[in-house]
Design a protein around this ligand. Structure first.
Ligand code: CDP
Ligand code: MG
Length: 751
């Protein structure tokens, strides 16, 4: 009985409406100026003329006019998608009409900004045009994407269009996965990959053209690339740089690169009727299910796209929607399709597949479907009003994944998705007042709201000594930079002068976040590298376990058998070791409700990291069965992410006193074993502050490993005393770094 209770706990948390309502209320508290306040950014007001849903709540009525729309829509969509060959589809895209003009502009300028509505063909066509125009004869055509899913799915689509198999003429590269060959001339990749490539080849000589796609997303890596590429184009006259963007921000980009030309692809969009909720929506999952059902049960055709903040909400929405639909007699069938970045790629591909005639699709997506992916045939959009963002949280002094209200710009992008193949409708699950008063006009760029430790490490390895001098389009707040410097200093990656230490140099070699790098490097000294290598590899793939419908309890009890009561990290190690003992068998995985593809990925990642360790001449040693050493090593990398037991099942963050909870999927959850101290991999804020992937540690280790944070006699101190303490450390470091900087300056002046 206990097994069932434990395993289903996560789903229960999200399935209970009470919990969801509570959570949503909390999310709204973060609205509007919340991020702005943190970063000192003010919200500007903007007048908008939008309709209110006349019927209140989510009960929308549509008139005859709409029914007419829908008849036209049906004609448009079936003609568009169902009958056309790939070649005809290519020629139907708005970008095709301006192909030659675009190529001329590119020929005459080294940098061009290209603006176009989502779905106009920027991502799939521009690379091919450049290829057809001969650019690929003297280098690759690279195209960066902020999202892995987009890089993969677009590469697949373009290789189909070209008629070659993926990885040949057209390929992609994402972290730990290189699907290219020496024949590849069109390469889609995440912006992070190109950034790392610049470490090896600062002029990016293997490329003749680089398209920085989805620049309006302003991902952290894109912003850093902006600064670097600006200099590369100045050095390399032969390189073409194309920056594409949805409608916002184009003039800002053009200015940044020195008043370069902007080319706008004439759009072809249809009007979208937008409805706001009249009353406050308390549970967006429930509201969107109701809305989707209402649309589905009307006769007018057209697919539905629902925007949800994250995987958990998507899963619950899909489940509840299927359930409720099943309760309705004679309800027409509905294809319910989830999409989020951690979804296995074969399931992701499903959203692009044409559904059989008459079968309506309902795609439930994260903001991945906002601009990166275009699903044809969408005529209804349901917008929850939320997205998940990684935001630097000053309360804990580090990043946390958190659900935030979207910005007005997001909202408008989302509604636009309904008007691609014909006129559409968008249902916003928030009031017009909330839209105007509480949503920011645009999203704060990632560089201004997240931890920059990784970026700082990378830029330092590229020889950028003074980050405050680096040419950022929107410079990050100085506090962010300093905090990141501080984190790297604590980890030992920087010395007091802000220069990379040998450890820092080594860390930059690994495509991992600084704490995982550190864990791996320290493990070579502690003699448990073989084991940590597996743990780090397991951490870099999406979830390993699955729970098939109708067999949840069986899956949970199998999963239970793997669990090492004091550590999720060790549980991972245990799973991998057992898989290895069973000759990496696929059958074994299936029998144990483990994703075989994910495990194969882990094995690949492990091999790649092992290669780097060997290049770095670092020793691969195993600690055998002494798992305490492993926990100590884990502790050494995560000591700044430690929590102390306060009451039953209740933890508080060691440094800040903030309450933290064990995640229901943790091996430590509900086991009756509650260690005094734990460290965690990630903090996720959904219904509560959850620590994800947790390991029990010894208080003594924390004192040894993080002397600047904890001393044993200090553990009794209040949260505010500890915060003061942390503040003092930060100031000390700042002062030391500033002094060092001045010294360097003085020496330079003397010379
Ligand atoms: O980049 P942009 O938003 O301007 O458009 P795109 O992504 O190049 O999409 C152009 C067309 O390709 C759309 O009609 C998409 O539906 C289609 N496409 C697809 O069928 N499968 C993909 N994996 C990607 C795009
Ligand atoms: Mg695109």
């Amino acid at each position: 009985a206990m097994v069932a209770r434990k395993g289903s706990a996560l789903v229960r948390v999200y399935r209970e409406q009470k919990e969801r309502k509570r959570a949503q209320k909390k999310h709204w508290e973060l609205a509007g100026t919340a991020i702005g306040n943190i970063m000192g950014i003010e919200k500007k007001d903007e007048k908008k003329d939008e309709k209110v849903n006349p019927e209140g709540d989510t009960d929308y009525k549509t008139g005859q006019k709409f029914a007419d729309h829908m008849r036209d829509n049906q004609a448009a969509s079936s003609e568009f998608a169902k009958k056309k060959t790939i070649k005809e589809q290519r020629q139907y895209l708005p970008v095709f009409a301006v192909r030659q003009e675009l190529l001329n502009v590119i020929r005459e300028n080294s940098v061009v900004i290209i603006v176009g509505e989502t779905g106009s063909g920027k991502t799939t066509q521009l690379t091919q045009y450049l290829h057809e125009d001969g650019y690929s004869t003297y280098g690759m055509i690279g195209c960066t994407q902020p999202r892995r899913v987009a890089a993969m799915s677009v590469a697949k689509r373009v290789s189909d269009e070209i008629g070659s198999s993926l990885g040949e003429t057209v390929g992609y590269a994402i972290r730990f996965e290189d699907c290219t060959s020496e024949n590849t001339v069109i390469k889609y990749m995440t912006d992070g990959i190109l950034l790392r490539e610049s470490l090896r080849d600062s002029d990016l000589d293997s490329y003749s053209a680089i398209i920085m796609d989805e620049a309006h997303e302003r991902s952290l890596n894109t912003d850093v690339l902006f600064g670097l590429l600006r200099e590369v184009v100045a050095r390399r006259q032969d390189l073409k740089l194309i920056v594409t963007s949805a409608t916002m921000d184009a003039s800002k980009f053009a200015m940044f690169f020195g008043n370069v030309p902007t080319y706008t692809i004439p759009g072809r969009t249809f009007p979208v009727e937008t409805f706001f909720s009249k009353n406050l929506v308390e549970d967006y999952v429930d509201a969107s299910v109701k809305q989707a059902l209402q649309i589905h049960l009307q006769s007018s055709p057209g697919d539905i796209l629902v925007f949800m903040p994250g995987q958990e909400d998507i899963e619950v929405t899909c489940e509840v929607l299927a359930e409720r639909l099943g309760e309705i007699d004679n309800a027409p069938q509905l294809a319910i399709l989830p999409i989020y970045s951690q979804l296995p790629s074969d399931l992701q591909a499903k959203i692009f597949q044409r559904s059989p005639d008459g079968l309506r699709k309902c795609v439930v997506a994260t903001n991945i479907a906002e601009t990166s992916l275009t699903v044809d045939g969408i005529m209804f959009v349901i917008d929850s009003g939320f997205c998940k963002l990684k935001v630097y949280n000053p309360r804990i002094g580090m990043d946390a994944l958190q659900i935030y209200p979207i910005s007005q710009a997001n909202a408008n992008q989302r509604s636009g998705r309904a008007g691609r193949t014909g006129p559409g409708q968008c249902y916003r699950l928030y009031t017009e007042r909330q839209f105007k008063d509480e949503l920011l006009v645009t999203t704060v760029p990632e560089i201004q709201r997240t931890n920059l430790a990784n970026t700082v490490l990378l830029l330092k390895s590229l020889g950028v000594q003074d980050l405050l001098q680096f040419h950022f389009m929107d410079p990050p707040p100085q506090d962010n930079i300093l905090n990141s410097l501080y984190q790297l200093w604590i980890l030992g990656a920087l010395d007091h002068t802000g220069t990379l230490t040998p450890l820092g140099r080594q860390m930059a070699e690994f495509p991992l976040d600084p704490p995982q790098c550190q864990m791996l490097i320290v493990s070579t000294e502690m003699g448990c590298c073989a084991e940590i290598l597996i743990i780090v590899s397991m951490l870099s793939v999406p979830s390993i376990f699955y729970r098939p419908k109708g067999r949840e309890e069986e899956a949970d009890s199998v999963r239970e058998k793997f669990q090492v009561p004091e550590s999720d990290h060790l549980t991972f190690l245990n799973v991998y070791n057992q898989w290895k003992q069973n000759n990496y068998s696929a059958n074994w995985c299936n029998e144990h409700f483990i994703h075989v593809k994910a495990m194969r990925k882990v094995r690949e990642v492990r091999q790649q990291l092992k290669d780097i360790l060997e290049q770095q001449k670092m020793a691969m040693v195993s600690c055998g069965t002494d798992w305490d050493i492993i926990r100590k090593c884990i502790c050494s990398a995560y000591f700044h992410q430690a929590a102390r037991l306060k009451g039953i099942g209740e933890y508080v963050h060691c440094r800040t006193g903030m309450p933290c909870h064990l995640h229901p999927t943790s091996a430590l959850f509900g086991m009756g074993f509650t260690p005094d101290y734990v460290v965690y991999h990630e903090l996720v804020m959904t219904a509560k502050e959850y620590m994800q992937c947790v390991t029990a540690v010894d208080g003594q280790w924390l004192a040894e490993l993080g002397p600047m944070f904890f001393s044993l006699k200090e553990t009794g101190k209040s949260g505010s005393a500890k915060r003061r303490q942390a503040q003092v450390h930060l100031q000390e470091m700042e002062a030391q770094m500033r002094a060092a900087q001045q010294e360097i300056q003085m020496r330079q002046d003397e010379e």
